[in-house]
Design a protein around this ligand. Structure first.
Ligand code: NZQ
Ligand code: ZN
Length: 393
């Protein structure tokens, strides 16, 4: 196991009705004037926003609000949010929504105290030195942004999707009420489930040896998703299944399952160009890319892929031919994604094979290589897009 430091300072407040205490948590973490940031309407329609305001009112905390965050959140709304926070002397951001809303909140949080253009943090390695504190009321189990220090934002001009990261962006608190996720359309639930599983796989495929504890934690999250996702698709109001998925989404990405081991992250980078170019859901893009990535790299460590096949998908180990077991596991993953309603190739996603050169260009590797499990070149990335384009069951 490699040396590591694990820092997850967020207070997670889990369960039914917990959103009604959000005012108390804002107070606890020092907020005296709040920006409520939310998405394109689901939180208004469900009555959640009204409950959040009620809680702030009861605690005597003044607020301003900014809705309209789109999936694949845009820089344009973040500029608006930064100005609003400065004008209104906001000192705390309360994000009510999913990963897009939380990531937009993080963009505003790092932009408010910064003299330059907030995009600097997304387009370069510039370090975040200061950020407004944020809290979240999560409405979809997916991105894990409620416990992560990451933020992914799309620049409207050119639809460039880029990320920034800092421990300063980790929320002070995150309110996780699984009931809030019952209004999700099945497709969006499945996109979230795919993202959760992808966050684990990015960590599971590692070159670090003998990391039994994190291997087993990864497998626990994956097995939970394999069991619970079809249950919520069949019965959207199944509270216990929603609860298991919600907590799985958080632990999949606050890094508790990934510490002390090398991680890959190429599937995410390759996917971000798809959701950047086509404005598709991140989880749907991952459903197309991740099995294709697996097929391209599995020979790097056949036994690790065979381990996934046996432990996660219940395949029988073929000791004579472990490669066959490895490939069976990847096929099971793709079949599972198909069964929960995810696209598995370019045409199902709405992507075009002829755009592959554009996607590779946007990925921006040039002559370099990237990836913590298998280092890929631009040519490799093009081949993975090619496999994804034509994938079948
Ligand atoms: O905007 P509203 O009206 O709320 O609708 C949203 C949106 O259309 C809807 N929704 C959310 N909760 C709902 C609901 N509809 C009904 N009932 C509810 N309870 O779902 C749609 C998707 O929302 P979004 O926030 O985009 O989903 P998700 O949480 O999957 O976030 C995706 C974004 O997170 C980024 C992705 O790239 C993508 O931009 N990621 C962020 C990460 C991070 N910060 O650590 C890591 C991830 O790998 C990921 O890249
Ligand atoms: Zn993701």
């Amino acid at each position: 196991m490699e040396n590591f430091s694990f820092y997850s300072p967020t207070e997670f407040v889990f369960g039914k009705g917990t959103e009604n205490s959000c005012g108390e948590y804002v107070k606890k973490y020092g907020g005296s004037k709040v920006l409520i940031h939310y998405g394109s309407g689901s939180a208004v329609k469900s009555g959640l926003l009204a409950r959040v305001k009620d809680s702030l009112n009861k605690c005597g905390i003044p607020y301003v609000e900014l809705g309209g965050v789109k999936p694949n959140p845009r820089d344009t709304l973040i500029y608006e949010g930064i100005k609003l926070c400065r004008d209104e002397k906001v000192d705390f951001i309360l994000s009510v929504g999913g990963g897009s809303c939380i990531d937009s909140s993080k963009g505003i949080a790092l932009g408010v105290p910064y003299d330059g253009d907030f995009w600097d943090f997304y387009s370069t390695d510039k370090e975040v030195k200061e950020a407004l504190p944020i809290g979240t009321v999560l409405t979809i189990a997916a991105a894990g942004s409620e416990g992560s220090g990451g933020s992914v934002v799309t620049k409207e001009d050119g639809m460039l999707k880029r990320d920034a990261g800092s421990d300063l962006l980790r929320p002070r608190f995150s309110i996780l009420n699984p009931l809030l996720t019952c209004t999700l359309p099945a497709y969006q639930t499945a996109c979230g489930a795919t993202d959760i599983m992808a966050h684990v796989f990015e960590r599971y495929f590692t070159n670090t040896k003998e990391v039994e504890i994190t291997d087993r934690l990864c497998e626990a999250v994956l097995l939970t998703m394999v069991k619970e996702t079809p249950r919520v698709i069949a019965d959207p109001n199944n509270y216990e299944a929603r609860a298991n998925i919600m907590w799985a989404g958080t632990v999949a990405h606050n890094d508790i399952v990934g510490v002390g081991r090398s991680q890959d992250w190429n599937s995410h980078g390759i996917e971000h160009e798809l959701s950047g170019l086509y404005d598709c859901a991140h989880g749907a893009g991952l459903a197309v890319i991740m099995p294709a990535w697996m097929e391209f790299v599995y020979k790097h460590d056949v036994m690790r892929f065979a381990q996934m096949a046996v432990r996660v998908w219940g395949c029988e180990m073929n000791f004579e031919n472990p490669e066959e077991t490895a490939l069976k596991g990847i096929a099971c993953f793709r079949k599972f994604l198909h069964e929960i309603g995810m696209p598995i190739n370019f045409s199902e996603l709405g992507a075009k094979e002829e755009d592959i050169p554009v996607l590779v260009e946007k990925f921006g590797l040039g002559d370099g290589k990237t990836g913590g499990f298998v280092a890929l070149s631009s040519e490799d990335v093009a081949k993975i897009y090619g496999i994804a384009a034509k994938a079948t069951l």
